[in-house]
Design a protein around this ligand. Structure first.
Ligand code: PMP
Length: 444
């Protein structure tokens, strides 16, 4: 056992006050962890009472180089004093120009030109607009259970009905195909996946589209679905099908980009060259910034004025992004890859130890622990019933007894999410794993 450094505390009265003003004056939202953060550093969060928590969620996989990273803070402060806003589409400025050049250098393949916006959902919608303009086609295919955002365009691609109730109509002309979720796939016979789901794409194109395809949009590792890692050959096959049908492959790296999976971009784990790559979350370590990048030939389908964002490419966010990329390339991504190998063994061991741990899966520092009701295996060996109540109880235990912030996610809300700042130490990771064990012992 590692030495415990995060003590549970008795009083959380001020926390309760902050939470209750949320209830009074903010529209209802999902605030599952209920920890009002006062300040943060590295992998530690401090609440308004002064309690410290180990953060293994990083604000939903955002603060990849650590909360309050000094180089990022310094770069943002310096830019804040120079020039905050003039609209980067009105006044060209150095931070945005330098970042566009840097992204062309560090992204895979010949991705060369970037459009900057403010969030993940905007980057996906912009990418779809570009694909439509370039191909002259309209229809888009995305994955069931996939997540691409909640504004009406991206919501259409998001393959989760529960986010759409009462919100229709969304963007038309979107069809969904099977995700590469081996653990819950009837075709895969209990997890032995041979990537048949990529072939299913052809059936969906034939039966649910006119064939007039602009793009196929996929996450290389599905984050919100429950950290779903595709089998070998899957993404390559999807790319082949997209190109056979004259469609672009949009790889949504909003969650996987900027080191999360142990490569700067998850696309590099596979033999693919995205036609458009979307980014946000980790790009500026917490400052709001989104982007999508394409080869010049595709990017130049946008004519001047086709797309614009007042705050997109904000100079302070771009300065922070440049410093974030420097930090990532200064060993943090390599460390994340190593830490991920260690975590794979540690979490993998839980599968044998606890019947409620159905499957553990991930890449780099993006890991999920899927919790299930034992003995409830479905037809054709489809995995046991998801246990979202258990996941929520484990998360509460970790918050209240261990002072660990661990997200819960997954299509069925039954997956514990390890997505810490990539700068996390081995000792901190060990603490999180030990406390997860303690939570499973106590509440399972
Ligand atoms: N795409 C992916 C893959 C995501 O994980 C998310 C956010 N979880 C989004 C898009 C939307 O990003 P945002 O919340 O910044 O709009």
């Amino acid at each position: 056992m590692s030495e415990q450094k995060f003590e549970p505390s008795d009083g959380r009265d001020s926390n309760a006050a902050v939470v209750s003003s949320y209830d009074d004056h903010m529209m209802p939202i999902w605030k599952s962890l209920d920890i009002p953060v006062k300040r943060a550093s590295g992998c530690t969060l401090e609440d308004v009472e002064g309690n410290e928590y180990l953060d293994v969620f990083a604000g939903i996989a955002v603060t990849n180089v650590g909360h309050g990273n000094e180089a990022v803070v310094d770069a943002a402060k310096a830019q804040l004093e120079e020039f905050v806003h003039g609209c980067s589409y009105v006044h060209p400025n150095e931070p945005v120009a330098d970042l566009a050049e840097r992204i062309a250098e560090v992204t895979p393949g010949d991705l060369e030109k970037t459009f900057f916006c403010n969030s993940g959902t905007e980057s996906v919608e912009g990418a779809v607009k570009l694909a439509r303009k370039y191909t002259g086609s309209k229809e888009v295919i995305a994955l069931e259970m996939g997540f691409h955002g909640r504004t009406l365009g991206s919501l259409a691609l998001t393959g989760n009905k529960s986010y759409k109730q009462g919100m229709a109509p969304t963007l038309n002309d979107v069809a969904h195909t099977a995700p590469p979720y081996g653990y819950r796939c009837p075709r895969c016979d209990g997890g032995e996946c041979d990537a048949d789901c990529a072939d299913e794409l052809e059936r969906v194109i034939g039966s649910h589209t006119s064939g007039d395809l602009a793009a196929i949009v996929v996450e290389p590792v599905m984050g919100e679905a429950g950290i779903v890692v595709p089998p070998e050959g899957w993404l390559e096959r999807v790319q082949e099908v997209a190109h056979d049908h004259g469609a672009l492959l949009i790889v949504d790296e909003v969650q996987t980009g900027y080191g999360r999976t142990g490569e700067l971009f998850a696309s590099s784990h596979f033999d693919v060259e995205p036609d458009i790559l979307t980014q946000a979350k980790g790009i500026a370590n917490g400052l709001p910034l989104g982007a999508f990048t394409a080869p010049a030939e595709i990017a130049d389908a946008f004519e001047s004025g086709d797309h614009l964002s007042t705050f997109g490419g904000n100079p302070v966010a771009c300065a922070a992004a440049l410093a974030t990329i420097d930090e990532l390339q200064d060993g943090i991504v390599d460390d994340a890859r190593e830490q991920g190998r260690w975590l794979a063994d540690e979490l993998g061991a839980l599968e044998g130890e606890y019947e409620v741990v159905g499957q553990t899966r991930g890449l780099g520092l993006m890991w999920g622990v899927e919790l299930v009701e034992p003995g409830t295996t479905g037809p054709q060996n489809v995995a046991p019933k998801p246990d979202p109540e258990l996941a929520s109880a484990v998360s509460d235990y970790l918050r209240d007894e261990s002072n660990v912030v661990m997200g819960v996610g997954g299509y069925y809300k039954n997956v514990m999410r390890f997505q810490p700042p990539l700068s996390i130490s081995r000792e901190q990771l060990q603490y999180a794993v030990d406390e997860l064990r303690a939570a499973l012992e106590t509440v399972a």
